[in-house]
Every structure is written in structure tokens, then in C-alpha cells.
Design a protein. Structure first.
Length: 216
């Protein structure tokens, strides 16, 4: 393989880019829901969480900032969840829906390895450009297959733990414990994925760099 320079942004840069989205999409909705649950009850918490999402979309529209497609899908999903939750009056049903969806996604991840189209590769290419010469390398192909398997089982583990907590704990305990457990498992998987990706790229770089002739 000819020499191809591929670099990843520094972890601090990636963290700064991800932090606002993490706060808006994960931390803030959880805080809003938990606060509303304590003050307004279950129905109030559902409406407050839905309102937070719509405020985020409306704020972007007012500022003429493009609304990401993922945010549009998330808005549609939480709208359906909220309507079903209000209709059934069941908080368990409200939280069970995304967990079942995550299980389906984990199955897609695992199946994509079998089909030789690992999902981890597709998602990585959405954020980082990798030359075709790198993607064709056998070591890179094995890496994406293994990382896809890893994330398939991570998603499955997160959902399994979440469903068990949902069925055996109060909603308040479920929110706190589930968030901590999922953050721990996912954080470890992210750290390992980035480390393994850097390791593979470093090995490719070393293999493609010709050795210097010995000094007489």
C-alpha cells in the first residue's frame, strides 16, 4: 500500500465539539425530566421533556441555523413516545420504547458484520475521511468488523441493563442508575475504539514508511 497520511483530531478537540451536543441532547433533557417529575408528576415530566426538544428546534429555526436530520428524527420519535405515554398512562411503556429500538440497532450492527458491511465503518466515514487505499487494507477491514461487533454487544448490554432497571426500580432510580451505567459502559467502549483506531493507523503508517538505509 502506498504511503497515505491519515490523522485524527486530538481528543480534546473532539471533546469540545461533542460537549455542547451531549449537554443539550443528554444531560439537559434528563435534568428537565427529573426536575419536572419531582415537581409536576409523571404527565408534567413527559410534557416538559417534549417541550425541551421543541424549544431546541425552534431556537435553531429562529436563528436560521440548520436543524440536523438526527434532531428531526429524534423530535419525531420523542413526540410519538410522549403521545403513547400520555395515552397509556405508563411511564414504563414510555421508557421501554427506545430500549427496544436500541436492541434492534444492535442486531443491525451484528448483522452488518455478517454481510461484510460493518456499521462502524459507515459511521466513521461520516466524520473522518479515509482514503480508499486505507479502507481496502485487510488490517483496517478487520478493525471495523471487530469494533462493529463490540458496539453491537455494547448496545445490547446497555439495553438489557436498562430494561432490568426499568422493570425492577422506581423511575427516579432508573434514570439515575441507568444514566451512570450506560455512560460508564459507553465511555469505556469509546475510549477503546479511539485507542484501537489510532493503533491501527499508526501501524499502517509505519508499514508504509520505507526504512532508512543503514549508515556505513
Amino acid at each position: 500500500m502506498s504511503h497515505t497520511s491519515v490523522t485524527l483530531p486530538r481528543l480534546t478537540v473532539l471533546a469540545r465539539q461533542a460537549a455542547p451536543k451531549l449537554l443539550e441532547g443528554v444531560v439537559a433533557p434528563l435534568a428537565v425530566f427529573y426536575a419536572a417529575l419531582a415537581v409536576l408528576g409523571e404527565r408534567g415530566a413527559l410534557i416538559a421533556a417534549l417541550s425541551w426538544v421543541y424549544i431546541g428546534v425552534g431556537w435553531r429555526l429562529l436563528r436560521r441555523v440548520p436543524v440536523p436530520a438526527t434532531m428531526v428524527l429524534a423530535t419525531v420519535a420523542i413526540t410519538v413516545r410522549t403521545l403513547l405515554g400520555l395515552w397509556t398512562g405508563s411511564m414504563v411503556f414510555y421508557f421501554l420504547q427506545p430500549e427496544l429500538g436500541t436492541i434492534c440497532i444492535s442486531v443491525v450492527f451484528l448483522a452488518s458484520v455478517r454481510l461484510n458491511r460493518p456499521m462502524a465503518q459507515k459511521l466513521t466515514l461520516d466524520y473522518i475521511h479515509l482514503p480508499s487505499a486505507v479502507l481496502r487494507h485487510e488490517r483496517v477491514r478487520r478493525f471495523f468488523a471487530r469494533i462493529t461487533l463490540l458496539w453491537g454487544f455494547v448496545l445490547l448490554a446497555n439495553s438489557t441493563v436498562s430494561i432490568w432497571l426499568l422493570l425492577h426500580q422506581s423511575i427516579g432510580a432508573y434514570l439515575l442508575v441507568r444514566t451512570s451505567v450506560v455512560a460508564l459502559i459507553s465511555g469505556a467502549a469509546i475510549a477503546f475504539s479511539v485507542w484501537a483506531f489510532r493503533r491501527v493507523l499508526h501501524r499502517l503508517h509505519s508499514a508504509s514508511t520505507p526504512a532508512l538505509p543503514a549508515t556505513p
